[in-house]
Design a protein around this ligand. Structure first.
Ligand SMILES: *[C@@H]1O[C@H](CO)[C@@H](O)[C@H](O)[C@H]1NC(C)=O
Ligand SMILES: *[C@@H]1O[C@H](CO)[C@@H](O)[C@H](O)[C@H]1NC(C)=O
Ligand SMILES: *[C@@H]1O[C@H](CO)[C@@H](O)[C@H](O)[C@H]1NC(C)=O
Ligand SMILES: *[C@@H]1O[C@H](CO)[C@@H](O)[C@H](O)[C@H]1NC(C)=O
Ligand SMILES: *[C@@H]1O[C@H](CO)[C@@H](O)[C@H](O)[C@H]1NC(C)=O
Length: 482
């Protein structure tokens, strides 16, 4: 069900469009120079980008960056609904100004934004056709052949706030990608039902087959991601979704190439096309953080950790014992990193199958926060030589999977942080839209939802305008395989 977009019929039309583009770009550049003389380069890029998008969207849409691409369309289309981008109650909020940094200190002073409840999702997803079109899962109307040939897989872990999962999922959703939802075993049954509703309505969105009861800092957090990875592998090795030729996503001829794991509090900073372009440049390399030396928190793995049920709360907690924990098997060198990363398909296959990787996983059972050691150790250990791994100094390479701000080291203009991590607000938008990372962490639906609202608008406009992707930065990354 797709057709090719018509190219302009004559060379003349193309030329006129091109000249128009150049003129508008030039004009905007001039306008911005006058409007924000003291702006930093980051702010400038931002302001320029969003203004351009506004115009690109209304007029010269889709002519930049795609001229060489074969464009396919998802269809048939439903009309645009106010429920399909951002948050309905914030439709009148001026995101262009917010992204430019002109909405200082003043998130919208209004009644709290009305949220969709678990029950709402359970009800809405009873009519899948209506839900998909009205709630934005068909808002990206075109897809390039390049994206179809490079499917992505995502793990999303959630515990509550299905409305926030929905905002994230809809921003990254393309029917030819794959999405594994892990609803915490301790989450309320309504959260599970609401997430099931979403999975039931969307092709290639599925619930993990084995749920874990996640303990903060515990092994189950790592196991949850691994369960999703197993499902992703299994689905694509016998996946009818990409061999059956009856609909668009089935035009994709290859299994997913990269996997990205996310909590539902993250939000993308790149469009699907940008992700694909960047990950193609990665050329099979993983993007995994590496920390060695004094910041490794050695006691987390140098001593055995155990689980116990708290006598009062009944919750399972991880506790450190005084028993030394032997070093990892196979003389593997431990490296610390983040729970989140960008993993090549070959790397995921390796960690699920390689005997040494599995031995390391067993060793991780008595480590505190093993998700912050397992990926990083596999990725950096030279002896293991894992696919897409990196054998240079772990700390000296950039890490672009996700941007989290740790004040006071990093900017946190919202002024709110939880467990040391900034919860982004309206005033963080200008810095976010100029970052190189693929995702940003964290957002809360009940803290300045204008931030998520505007980023969603921005991602949507960027997807539609298909601006050329700035690839130079990514090409020169030290961890990219050459
Ligand atoms: C998770 O907790 C529930 C009760 O809250 C229990 O029934 C279930 O067996 C637990 N699952 C695992 C894998 O521990
Ligand atoms: C593709 O899937 C549809 C619906 O699942 C089915 O009706 C059709 O027969 C399948 N086509 C092929 C070629 O397998
Ligand atoms: C273990 O690795 C270290 C360096 O990482 C090396 O010096 C040592 O010889 C290795 N030991 C064994 C038994 O392989
Ligand atoms: C996105 O495009 C819409 C429609 O043209 C426009 O109203 C809105 O201001 C744009 N938002 C951003 C952040 O560019
Ligand atoms: C990608 O990696 C392969 C294998 O290491 C290498 O042969 C190839 O040249 C790389 N591609 C680019 C564009 O660097």
């Amino acid at each position: 069900m797709f057709r090719r977009c018509r190219r302009p019929k004559t060379l003349g039309v193309s030329l006129v469009l091109l000249v128009l583009c150049v003129q508008i770009l030039h004009m905007l550049l001039e306008m911005q120079r006058e409007a924000t003389p003291a702006a930093s380069s980051g702010t400038f890029d931002t302001a320029f980008g969003s203004d351009f998008l506004k115009i690109a969207y209304g007029g010269i849409n889709n002519r930049l960056g795609r001229s060489q691409q074969s464009i396919r369309m998802y269809g048939p289309f439903a009309p645009d609904f106010s429920d399909s981008v951002g948050l309905k109650d914030l439709q009148r909020y001026d995101c262009v100004r917010a992204l430019e940094g002109f909405q200082q200190h003043q998130p919208l002073p209004s009644a709290p934004v009305k949220r969709l409840s678990d029950q709402d999702f359970i009800r809405l997803t009873k009519d899948c056709k209506q839900f998909r079109s009205k709630y934005g899962y068909q808002r990206y109307r075109t897809v390039t052949q390049e994206e179809l040939n490079f499917p992505l897989a995502f793990n999303i872990l959630l515990y509550k706030d299905v409305d926030q999962l929905h905002i994230l999922l809809r921003a990254i959703y393309r029917p030819h990608n794959s999405y594994c939802l892990h609803v915490d075993g301790n989450a309320s049954p309504d959260v599970y039902s609401a997430a099931s509703g979403l999975a039931n309505c969307l092709d290639n969105v599925f619930l993990v087959s084995q749920r874990e009861n996640i303990t903060y800092g515990g092994f189950s957090r790592l196991q949850a991601d691994i369960n999703c990875m197993k499902n992703h592998m299994h689905r694509t090795s016998s996946n009818p979704h990409y061999t059956n030729e009856t609909s668009l996503h089935q035009q994709s001829t290859s299994p997913w190439r990269y996997l990205i794991n996310l909590p539902s509090q993250q939000f993308p900073l790149k469009t699907n096309l940008e992700l694909v372009k960047i990950l193609q440049i990665y050329n099979g390399s993983n993007d995994i953080e590496g920390i060695t030396g004094g910041r490794m928190m050695r006691s987390r793995f140098a001593f055995k950790h155990e689980y116990r049920r708290h006598p009062n709360t009944g919750r399972v907690e991880i506790v450190k014992t005084d028993t030394p924990h032997p070093p990892p098997p196979h003389n593997i060198t431990v490296v610390k990193g983040s729970a989140y990363g960008v993993f090549s398909r070959q790397f995921v296959q390796f960690l699920l199958q390689d005997a040494r990787a599995r031995d390391l996983l067993e060793w991780c059972r008595s480590v505190s926060s093993p998700d912050e050691y397992y990926w990083a150790t596999l990725h950096h250990d030279a002896k293991l030589n894992a696919p897409g791994g990196y054998s240079g100094p772990p700390d000296k390479k950039p890490w672009l999977a996700v941007y989290a701000s740790w004040p006071p080291r990093d900017l946190c203009l919202s002024g709110k942080s939880v467990r040391g991590v900034c919860i982004f607000g309206v005033r963080d938008l200008p810095q976010l839209v100029s970052r190189k990372e693929l995702f940003a962490n964290k957002f809360y639906m009940d803290f300045q939802p204008e931030a998520l609202h505007c980023l969603d608008q921005w991602i949507m406009n960027k997807s539609r305008a298909a601006l050329p992707v700035e690839t130079f930065y990514y090409r020169q990354l030290p961890f990219v395989r050459r």
